[in-house]
Write a protein that binds this ligand. Structure first.
Ligand SMILES: Nc1nc2c(c(=O)[nH]1)N[C@H]1C(S)=C(S)[C@@H](COP(=O)(O)OP(=O)(O)OC[C@H]3O[C@@H](n4cnc5c(=O)[nH]c(N)nc54)[C@H](O)[C@@H]3O)O[C@H]1N2
Ligand SMILES: Nc1nc2c(c(=O)[nH]1)N[C@H]1C(S)=C(S)[C@@H](COP(=O)(O)OP(=O)(O)OC[C@H]3O[C@@H](n4cnc5c(=O)[nH]c(N)nc54)[C@H](O)[C@@H]3O)O[C@H]1N2
Ligand code: SF4
Ligand SMILES: [Mo]
Length: 699
């Protein structure tokens, strides 16, 4: 008999409710759950990839060990014992271990609640992760302004009348640092109540096409745009409204003087957005209707990412939209990590490159390869890569390839042989996605409504398989034992979760949440920031000195000549997720998506026609890629998706069922980073593009 199970899709931050119909172990269908309290029936094509992942014949089911360059299946106990013993030996010789934690770990609360044990077993205070390729600038800003790295105001789209999205593409990404499933319909609803969406992006994206207005901006120059908007808002509203005046500390008075020296015409010329558009945005944000400005990857993974995210908060404050219904609000979810884990940290750390930011114990991933390649005693010799693919996701993938080859021990926690795990000595694969439970640990606190939703596993786990959390916990125990340390008790993720829920202000139990398969709706977001601030004086620290200093550094950069080169930006597609859905039959249908988008004028200048091959070259490397001519990208800009490039020379991978393609991160430059957060710069890479002339065979 078929049965239907309500569940949360674990693939992206939207956390949509899905209905999965199964018979025995066969998946019959995956549909949106119309009764889900947050996603209201919405799903995207990636939800169907859950079936492909679950049933993928290429997925690993048992640990594998590399012997003479070939993968050999081994038992779990052998794998744990060998890894523990090798690590203990390496550490005994003074060798340094490290860990890289990838994006899917954020979607598995079991990993979140257990990984601390493994870090303790290995002896790691700090780690590398996908976060320093992504959202670390947000955490720095939230830590300084609101007193906790995770206190994040999100746009209250359901009650907003004006939204400005800069460098985000939620129509494809389904939202980021903003859990907003059903984004398109929410925009349509806003437009139906006469609200407006404005998008600023160097590409006319899927989101731009939904918008009432879209304007191009030169990649990497948004700081000028934000300063200009802030100036224009302050001209209209020199004083804070009453509620924000009570919340904001005295440093607010430093903001206007700090930007008074910038002149509108130069700011506008620098970013390529006209003064009229800037004034219009400021006027819309400043009039009495509720609205917000929001910026994501396009403005975070740039040289002034932290400054950009601070300016966004400052604009929302100056225009009176922070902590306002329809403006930006901090969610109050069932599991409220803000009250139960520490504020986080913003520190500095010594690296091979000198002193670098160390935010929440995150080591900048841009320095990761050189810490493996360095030749002194500080060299990383043992590495644990959990749910990550840094060869494809971090800048200079070719160097990452070389660096991973120098390790004495590498362990990957992955279900595939990938461009990264192919370098490992051991791969420890988890069970299938429907054999584990799910809770939106990090995403309830970012959702557009207060809610909670727990999904139990649908299938029993096959004999001999393990969930990621069990693999982590058991390996941790083996390492504790091998190194003669006390073996701590391991508490199952469910118990940890239940405990955290009960310790949160709402005091719910896991059983109460589990009883509601469509999720528990805890109401709209509320303007309660005054009760949530964790700064010492319980006020918003409006202008941390680091941000004001960074403004000065930006002012200097304004006077520098911009390179003549084309500017390379990334993109996401709704049928992919970073590097790891490339093996899904359902998602890989359709035309090749790994193309270089180029504006017709730039193509003509280079003699390029649609479908030609071009060589794209940056400071670090070059790749050949098929050209797609479109005026959806701004003149002077080229765009390539990230997460491609699975084929590496001479290596057999599980993930190979796709068109020829290349990795954008063979072009991005690890020398570039955001000074305040250590975050990578993955957009606005200067490149040259030339046509690959067909070779004429010699007679
Ligand atoms: N140029 C450029 N580079 C980028 C970006 C960009 O926009 N442009 N985006 C950056 C961002 S935002 C991110 S988050 C990073 C992502 O970077 P990473 O996290 O390093 O890479 P992913 O591609 O997400 O790879 C995830 C890996 O985990 C495996 N995996 C998936 N699910 C599971 C699971 O449940 N258990 C286990 N054990 N393994 C699993 C997959 O097979 C895959 O190998 O990339 C960054 N890199
Ligand atoms: N379908 C799909 N969904 C995903 C993912 C995926 O790979 N595929 N990945 C998930 C992850 S890990 C994340 S972090 C989120 C990311 O979520 P988003 O940030 O919404 O996604 P991106 O597509 O990276 O959007 C960045 C936008 O910035 C623009 N941009 C690039 N450079 C600049 C610039 O200098 N200035 C401005 N203003 N814009 C610029 C790009 O054209 C692009 O439209 O998506 C998540 N959801
Ligand atoms: S938007 Fe798509 S991938 Fe993301 S949670 Fe929803 S169904 Fe899954
Ligand atoms: Mo991400």
């Amino acid at each position: 008999m078929p049965t239907v199970h309500a569940r949360t899709c674990h693939i992206c931050e939207a956390n949509c409710g899905v209905l999965i119909e199964v018979e025995g172990r066969e998946i019959l269908s995956i549909k949106g759950n119309p009764d889900h309290v947050l996603s209201r029936g919405h799903i995207c094509p990636k939800a169907t990839a859950i079936a492909d992942l679950q049933d993928d014949p290429d997925r690993l089911h048992k640990p594998v060990k590399k012997v003479d360059g070939k993968w050999q299946e081994i038992g779990w106990e052998q794998a744990f014992a060998e890894i523990a013993s090798k690590l203990t030996n390496i550490k005994g010789q003074g060798g340094k271990p490290a860990m890289y934690l990838g994006n899917p770990s954020a979607h598995d609360y079991g990993i979140t609640t257990q990984v601390g044990q493994l870090r303790r077993a290995i002896g790691l205070k700090n780690l590398y992760s996908a976060s320093t390729l992504d959202q670390i600038p947000h955490h720095v800003v939230q830590y300084h302004m609101y007193g906790h790295v995770s206190l994040c105001p999100v746009p209250d789209i359901d009650r907003s009348q004006y939204l400005v999205i800069v460098g985000g593409n939620p129509a494809a990404s389904n939202g980021s640092i903003w859990t907003v499933p059903d984004f398109k319909k929410r925009v349509k609803e806003m437009q139906a109540r006469d609200g407006k969406l404005m998008v600023i992006d160097p590409r006319r994206t899927e989101t731009a096409k939904l918008a009432d207005e879209h304007h191009f901006v030169k990649p990497g120059t948004d700081t000028a745009l934000f300063i200009a908007i802030l100036k224009a808002v302050l001209d209209r509203k020199p004083d804070l409204n009453e509620q924000l005046n009570m919340l904001v500390d005295d440093s607010w008075s430093n903001v206007a003087p700090a930007i008074s020296g910038f002149d509108m015409a130069s700011l506008s010329a620098h970013c390529g957005v006209s003064e009229d558009v800037i004034e219009d945005i400021a006027a819309n944000l400043s009039d009495n209707k509720p609205g917000a400005i929001y910026g994501r990857m396009g403005v975070s993974v740039t040289e002034f990412g932290t400054l950009n995210q601070w300016l966004i908060q400052a604009i929302n404050i100056a225009s009176g939209n922070l902590n306002r219904e329809g403006g930006t609000l901090v969610p109050e979810p069932a599991l409220d990590t803000i009250n139960i884990v520490g504020r986080g940290s913003v520190e500095k750390i010594d690296t091979a490159r000198g002193e670098m930011p160390n935010i929440m114990g995150e080591l900048p991933t841009i320095t990761f390869a050189e810490e493996m390649l360095r030749e002194d005693d500080e060299r990383i010799r043992a590495l644990f890569v959990m749910t990550g693919n840094p060869v494809l996701s971090a800048p200079d993938g070719a160097r990452m390839d070389r660096a991973l080859e120098t390790l004495d021990l590498m362990v990957s926690f992955d279900m595939y042989v990938t461009a990264t795990s192919c370098h490992a000595d051991y791969i420890l694969p988890p069970c299938g996605p429907l054999e584990k439970d799910h809770y939106p640990f990090f995403f309830g606190p970012l959702a557009v409504r207060n809610y909670a939703s727990y999904s139990p596993a649908i299938f029993d786990m096959p004999e001999g398989e393990k969930a990621d959390w069990e693999i982590i916990a058991e390996l941790a125990r083996a390492i504790f034992a091998a190194s003669g340390q006390d073996i701590p008790n391991i508490r199952e993720p469910r118990d940890v979760l239940d405990n955290m829920l009960q310790s949160s202000p709402r005091g719910m139990t896991l059983a109460e949440i589990e009883a509601e398969p469509n999720g528990v709706d805890l109401g709209p977001l509320m303007p309660h920031l005054e009760d949530r601030l964790l700064t010492d004086d319980k006020k918003i620290q409006a202008a941390h000195p680091d941000f004001l200093d960074e403004l000065k550094r930006f002012a200097v950069s304004l006077t520098e000549r911009q390179p003549d080169a084309l500017s390379l930006i990334g993109r996401r597609h709704v049928r992919q997720n970073n590097s790891w859905l490339a093996n899904s039959k359902r998602l890989q249908k359709g035309p090749n998506r790994c193309t270089l988008m180029i504006n017709p004028s730039d193509a003509a200048e280079r003699g390029l026609s649609d479908g030609d091959m071009a060589t794209v070259e940056s400071r670090v490397n070059s790749v050949d890629i098929i050209v797609e001519i479109t005026d959806d990208v701004m003149a002077g800009v080229v765009s390539m998706p990230h997460g491609f490039g699975h084929r590496r020379d001479g290596v057999e991978l599980s993930v190979a069922r796709e068109n020829p393609n290349v990795s954008i991160n063979d072009l991005t430059d690890p020398e570039l980073y955001d000074r305040l957060s250590g975050n990578a710069v993955l957009n606005a890479t200067p490149v040259t593009v030339v046509k690959v002339e067909e070779l004429v065979a010699a007679e």
